[in-house]
Write a protein that binds this ligand. Structure first.
Ligand SMILES: Nc1ncnc2c1ncn2[C@@H]1O[C@H](COP(=O)(O)OP(=O)(O)OP(=O)(O)O)[C@@H](O)[C@H]1O
Ligand SMILES: [Mg+2]
Length: 367
């Protein structure tokens, strides 16, 4: 899939922009605060009705304007689509696909998918496990409706159990309901582990290949899924995973009641990341961290392609800084398949660019 044309009106710093893109590689160049990320943000919004960096639609409307407009001409599933979104400061947004009003974000993602990489994604490597769980959850919730259902059920039961444990000192009778919620957590938890294990297996394979290429064959990236200790084989039958989770819960029951915390279950899962056999979180350099996080995003894109049959549009915000020339060359020229957008501040980094189109953004205008 690809985005052929983008029109913006009063979106962020843009008064008006009409841009025709290259079907393969688009490099958006410009000094700080000129509107590069704003442009990528508009494309992400067309794919999921959400900004990757703002919770409120109001912030997207240009200062002093009351509404803004984003239009994308998209080619996907062998067809042309026109996606139009009006954003307002004072009322709810309006979205249309080919002139027909749509209500939900998933109706947009039926047309356009994006994978967005920003410097914040370095937390995939540097931060604690929660960042990596969010990464798995957001990809799997989009790709697998049954995962999304299990994830929602787990979250509900987890919240109930947490409340029961927390309030049990004052109201000990609440503990009578604990077994029921434990069983819900076991069922939903086993489904979550089943999907995460498969996802991580493919993620590990694709990310290792991307990292190896990007580093010129110098570095091995390894990702391994880590879940509840008693689950010896996360690829086993779901019933076996359930049994392992029950055993783990039983052995932590007393500790959970004493600490009044929920200690057992996949809400503590992680992906363990190493580069050349050293833990990335502790030992990787800035360029290695960036390469590893980028490789995970590229792997996510491959998984999307496997499931949906098409590459999502890849948006790389400020990925070139801190990379050496070899790694920059990889990003600019060797990310195969699909359409790619790359922002950068200095055009001297583009000496190695062999194809695609370069745009310059200055003060909210695109040349
Ligand atoms: N709602 C808005 N109305 C008008 N201007 C806005 C709005 N929201 C953000 N801006 C402005 O947009 C400008 C450009 O933002 P953007 O993040 O796209 O810059 P950038 O080119 O990516 O810069 P950098 O290289 O520093 O990342 C900022 O100066 C910001 O003040
Ligand atoms: Mg930016």
């Amino acid at each position: 899939m690809r985005i052929d044309k983008l029109t913006l009106e009063n979106f962020r710093s843009y008064v008006r922009a009409d841009i025709a893109f290259d079907s393969a590689c688009n490099v958006i160049c410009g000094e700080n605060a000129q509107g590069k990320t704003n442009l990528l943000e508009a494309i992400v919004y067309l794919s999921c009705a959400r900004s990757p960096r703002s919770r409120s639609d109001r912030e997207l409307v240009r200062f002093d304007a009351a509404q803004s407009f984003i239009k994308g001409n998209v080619f996907s599933r062998e067809r042309d689509f026109c996606v139009e979104i009006d954003l307002f400061t004072a009322r709810r947004r309006r979205m249309k696909v080919n002139g027909v009003t749509v209500k939900t974000a998933s109706e947009l993602s039926d047309v356009l998918n994006t994978v967005f990489f920003s410097p914040e994604d370095l937390h995939l490597i540097r931060e604690g496990a929660a960042a990596r769980r969010r990464f798995m959850d957001s990809a799997l919730c989009q790709l697998r409706p049954r995962y999304a259902a299990a994830h929602a059920e787990y979250a509900r039961a987890y919240e109930h159990k947490t409340r029961i444990l927390r309030d049990s000192e004052e109201h000990p009778s609440l503990l009578d309901a604990l077994p029921e919620f434990n069983e819900q957590l076991v069922r939903a938890g086993a489904a979550i582990i089943h999907y995460r294990a498969q996802f991580c297996r493919r993620l590990a394979e694709y990310a290792a290949a991307a990292h190896f290429d990007c580093s010129g064959g110098r570095e091995q990236l390894q990702l391994s899924y880590q879940t509840v200790k008693t689950v010896e084989d996360p690829f086993a039958d779901v019933s076996q995973i359930e049994a392992a989770l029950r055993a783990h819960q039983a052995s932590h029951d007393a500790a959970e009641r004493a600490s009044r915390l929920c200690l057992s279950g996949p809400h503590k899962d992680d992906i363990f990341v190493t580069i050349n056999e050293k833990e990335a979180k502790a030992f990787s350099s800035q360029g290695q961290t960036r390469t590893a996080a980028l490789s995970m995003k590229l792997a996510e894109r491959e998984i999307f392609k496997n499931v949906t049959g098409e590459y999502p549009v890849l948006l790389l915000d400020d990925v070139l800084s801190e990379l050496d020339p070899r790694r920059q060359e990889f990003v600019l020229n060797r990310i195969g398949g699909g359409q790619v957008f790359i922002t950068c501040c200095e055009d001297d980094r583009l000496a190695s660019l062999t194809g695609g189109r370069v745009f310059t953004v200055q003060n909210g205008e695109v040349f």
